[in-house]
Design a protein around this ligand. Sequence first.
Ligand code: NAP
Length: 336
Amino acid sequence: MMQNKAAWIRTAKGDLEIDEAPYNEPGPGEILIKNEAIAIQPLDASTRKLAYMPIPYPFILGSNVAGTIAAVGADVIDLKPGDRVVSSTPTYVAKEAKWGAWQKYVLSKAESTAKIGDANCDLAVALSFPLSTAVGALHVYGGMEKPGEGNSNAHENEKVLIWGAGGAVGGYAVQYAKSVGYTVIATVSPRGFAHLKEVGASHVLDYKSSEIESQLRKLGPFHYLMTASGDPTSQQVLGRLLQPNGGRFLSTRAGEVGLPSNVERVYNTFEFATQKPEFSEYAHWWYTTYLPRAIGGTVEPTPIEKRSGGLKAIQAAAEDVLNGKAKNKIVIDPQE
Ligand SMILES: NC(=O)c1ccc[n+]([C@@H]2O[C@H](COP(=O)([O-])OP(=O)(O)OC[C@H]3O[C@@H](n4cnc5c(N)ncnc54)[C@H](OP(=O)(O)O)[C@@H]3O)[C@@H](O)[C@H]2O)c1
């Protein structure tokens, strides 16, 4: 019998405990992945420390892995043992520990898995969750086209505002909107100016400037507005930028912020769009076309920080993500 180990969370807000976990055989349509890379996401970190997402305990957190397929279940035709893959697991949708990414051998669904060939597992896993959040927000919930759909010059004179683009979600939102053909304006702290210009933003502005609102007003109006940081201040600024006519903006975070009545905030767990049956056409495109190409080089990856220590390193890494101390996506190899 193969051994498996996991970083368990046994009670709400409890510390992680490294302990044995079941080695699960994949059922129909499922695969078992030898997990070689996880990236710590703000969602995982806030669920660990603040019980942000309701889950049953004991539980194994995390919903994105990259590694090598160890076994496949019945009805899996396009994947086989030995394939290198990146996969989104339904951890927070199905709420069962067997899908949790913070373990050495993880079950996932073949339909939410992309082959990565010779690509680096660390880069693949660091890219997939925030990129899928950005594309899920702009395309699935925002209605923005796919790159290459229609006339690529049609949107040249239309502007998209991405607020708080210093993180992975925001940086990828900039790249996606640019790839569809929009003129992109981003806000970020000055350390991010050069990177965002390189990946396609036409204007980059410091979101902490006292002039930010008037600067943005001069650059608008905006066809799409998104706050990638999702904080209350950003939501309020976007709400005011939409005046006097009103409109809607996308936000990675919810919360009570007191928006004008003519403003709609579009919030969802955008990353989970690939797990929802109503978006199955999108999910197919995502896993078979867009994500493999992005990993292959069509999207510029945000920098990563590789941490040693395996499963034992997750707790401190998650604290750093939650406390804003992680300037890059932290990636850990659970096999260590
Ligand atoms: N709804 C969803 O489906 C979903 C999915 C994934 C993530 N999220 C949320 O989206 C947010 C971004 O996630 P991420 O993975 O991109 O995080 P990340 O890579 O850790 O982003 C961190 C960066 O965001 C910027 N930032 C932080 N606070 C800010 C603020 N108040 N205003 C403007 N920029 C700020 C900072 O950049 P500077 O250096 O420019 O300050 C920081 O370096 C998180 O809140 C996360 O919980 C939501």
